[in-house]
Design a protein around this ligand. Structure first.
Ligand code: UDP
Length: 237
């Protein structure tokens, strides 16, 4: 249980996950717990990159009547607010971190520089990647897939409010069936809502497995990293 299966991981935290039961903004108890779990990974010697979403503050699609690009840039800024919150909580726990942003804001964080990010990881620093991919029309899931490929992460840990991938929405259908394992091809063919199709294709083409699991069960991040069966594993085989 305490031997990590992966040496370098990419943790994707949706904005929703940071909001906890509040649905908006932060549930600091939840963020604190996530930070504690990240700290445990670092102490186990696992190199941790994290991409944070922004949905607890703003999503491009909330901007009805606005132009899409402006609304999307607002979403990217929301991810930076989340990154700073997570960074601060981690550092208060004694975890060394760096935030790297896909849109330059040098007074606040480093710009994304792949080689620097890898160096930080090698030194045991948690690197939080903010501002998504830096481009409108993308999602932070795609940013997680892209950054995972760039830093050669072995797996993406997709922490959600649901405990895996189902054949239909478990909040709407009480008979929804959870999958233990799926291939990317199945996800795309069945149009299962694991990640958006851009992110799924990127993971498929670059052979980066994803573990989709629920954050509601404490200790799940560590379990996933240690190779225990949690949630749903999506891979090419
Ligand atoms: N976004 C974007 N490009 C990116 C990443 C994010 O335009 O590369 C914008 C998009 O508007 C998105 C918002 O930022 O709705 C917040 O990200 P996301 O919805 O992926 O956050 P999550 O659902 O994970 O909380």
């Amino acid at each position: 249980m305490t031997t990590p299966k992966y040496k370098r991981v990419m943790l994707k935290l949706s904005g929703e996950a940071l909001a906890g039961k509040n649905g908006y903004g932060f549930d600091f108890e939840v963020v604190q717990r996530i930070a504690q779990e990240i700290k445990e990974l670092v102490e186990m010697g696992v190199q941790v990159g994290a991409v944070v979403g922004g949905g607890n503050i703003w999503r491009g699609r909330y901007g009805a009547g606005m132009d899409r690009t402006t609304a999307d840039y607002m979403g990217m800024l929301a991810t930076c607010i989340n990154a700073m919150a997570l960074q601060n909580i981690l550092e208060n726990m004694g975890v060394v971190t760096r935030v790297q942003t896909a849109i330059e804001m040098r007074e606040i964080a480093e710009p994304f520089i792949r080689r620097k990010a890898v160096r930080h990881l090698e030194k045991g620093r948690v690197v939080i990647f903010a501002a998504g991919t830096g481009n409108p029309y993308f999602s932070t899931d795609t940013a997680a897939a892209l950054r995972a490929a760039e830093i050669c992460a072995e797996v993406i840990l997709l922490a959600k409010n649901v405990d895996g991938v189902y054949d239909s929405d478990p909040n709407l259908n009480p008979n929804a069936q959870k999958f233990d394992k799926l291939t990317f091809q199945e996800v795309l063919e069945r149009d299962l809502k694991v990640m958006d199709s851009t992110a799924t294709s990127l993971c498929k083409d670059n052979n980066i497995p994803i573990i989709v699991f629920g954050l509601n069960t404490p200790g799940n991040i560590k379990r996933a990293v240690c190779g225990d069966m949690v949630g749903t594993l999506v891979s090419n085989s």
